[in-house]
Design a binder for this molecule. Structure first.
Ligand code: SF4
Length: 115
């Protein structure tokens, strides 16, 4: 259901989607629609902006712009894999694995903090 909601928010683009329209399009009640909208916001997929619509306060949902930002080469600056001597032996089913690698874990964590 959240995926369908996210698709609708993406389709709405910059004009946004009223939360009440989201409920109707999904075929759910207002409580369920609110729960889904809040979840999209918490996951960073959408932002909710309070809006007075036909005399009542509601929210309009917009796709989170950061989610639409394309990945660039700068995203990979200082990635330890590019200079790692283990790269040819590293893989998810290998003894050396990105899943267990402290260097890549630390680098990813730093990217998240710096973001
Ligand atoms: S995940 Fe770790 S071990 Fe694997 S290539 Fe990258 S830095 Fe090297």
């Amino acid at each position: 259901m959240e995926e369908a909601a996210y698709e609708l928010v993406l389709e709405a683009g910059n004009k946004g989607l009223l939360q009440s329209d989201l409920w109707k399009k999904l075929g759910v009640n207002s409580r369920e629609g609110s729960r889904i909208a809040v979840k999209l916001e918490k996951r960073g997929l959408a932002r909710r902006a309070k809006e007075l619509y036909k005399g009542r306060w509601t929210y309009r949902l917009y796709p989170n712009k950061e989610e639409e930002t394309p990945i660039t080469w700068n995203t990979l600056n200082n990635c330890p894999c590019f200079t790692c001597v283990q790269i040819t032996r590293c893989g998810t089913s290998q003894p050396i694995s990105p899943i267990k690698c402290k260097k890549i874990t630390n680098w990813i964590n730093k990217q998240i903090v710096d973001f």
